[in-house]
Design a protein around this ligand. Structure first.
Ligand SMILES: [Ca+2]
Length: 262
């Protein structure tokens, strides 16, 4: 059982503060501007903020920024897509503005959002300069260790099959015992159905044949599955005796209860 810790937050991050340290995930050579009120990335430098939000909740990001910037976003810190490029070719920050981005549809499990700032034109200074980051949303406050366990579980599950959590491997089918359903009385039918349940892990299984099911047999024969006709259903008890640990004797009308108990 994984518990999700949620925390409503209206974050307001200013560069070069303790609060910023908490969310500044990677700093590849960015600098603090002279009055100390902004962080900028010139040439090939960049910086990345990381947040953990709850998927399916609303999240609004506001970035106060100027100069030549590219703002990009990622789920995992490696594949980024551009949120906005400044298109600014000039120098001094005459293009400063607070940009707003709705991240609601972007957040997906396990909830990480990476925001990267870099220089749009690498060879002329005046790289992207951030004055503040605001993020209003529902944050995932799950302790880091639990969060990592959860990610591992999700990754493992994705590797196998995104839809399968528990998987049972069956032996491939090579042949079938075919029992005609019509001649059997109810008790015999219950016995055969129970045997079918006990032999799901065998490579030779039991098929209950009646007119509506013939086409399945035709298909199986095409796939070279050997069909073995069984005249006397009691033979099967002998064949599969090693699969049977006991039996429940029931009256004619009690077999629903009896099979539940079994
Ligand atoms: Ca530049």
């Amino acid at each position: 059982m994984i518990k999700i810790y949620e925390e409503e937050k209206d974050l307001h991050i200013l560069p070069n503060t303790e609060l910023e340290k908490k969310y500044l995930f990677k700093d590849y050579g960015s600098r603090i501007s002279d009055p100390g009120d902004a962080r900028f990335a010139d040439a090939n430098s960049s910086f990345v903020y990381r947040f953990r939000l709850i998927p399916g909740t609303e999240a609004i990001l506001k970035i106060d920024i100027d100069n030549q910037y590219i703002i990009s976003i990622s789920h995992d810190g490696s594949d980024y897509e551009t949120l906005k490029s400044s298109g600014h070719k000039g120098d001094a920050g005459d293009n400063r503005e607070e940009l707003t981005f709705d991240l609601t549809d972007f957040i997906e499990s396990p909830g990480y959002v990476y925001i990267k700032i870099e220089d749009e034109i690498k060879n002329n200074g005046w790289g992207g300069r951030v004055y503040s980051i605001k993020l209003n949303g529902t944050f995932d406050a799950t302790p880091e260790e639990e969060k990592m366990d959860m990610e591992k579980k999700i990754k493992r599950r994705k590797l196998d099959n995104p839809l399968v959590i528990f998987e049972k491997k069956f032996k491939p089918l090579d042949s079938l015992y075919v029992v005609q359903r019509e001649p059997l009385n109810n008790s015999e039918r219950v016995m055969i159905a129970s045997l079918q349940g006990l032999t799901t892990d065998e490579s030779r299984k039991i098929f209950f044949d009646h007119p509506g099911y013939h086409r399945w047999l035709d298909e199986l024969e095409k796939k070279n599955i050997k069909l073995i006709q069984i005249e006397n259903p009691w033979e099967l008890l002998n064949i599969y005796k090693n699969n049977i640990k006991g039996y429940i004797l029931c009256k004619k009308d009690d077999y629903n209860a009896a099979t539940s108990v079994a």
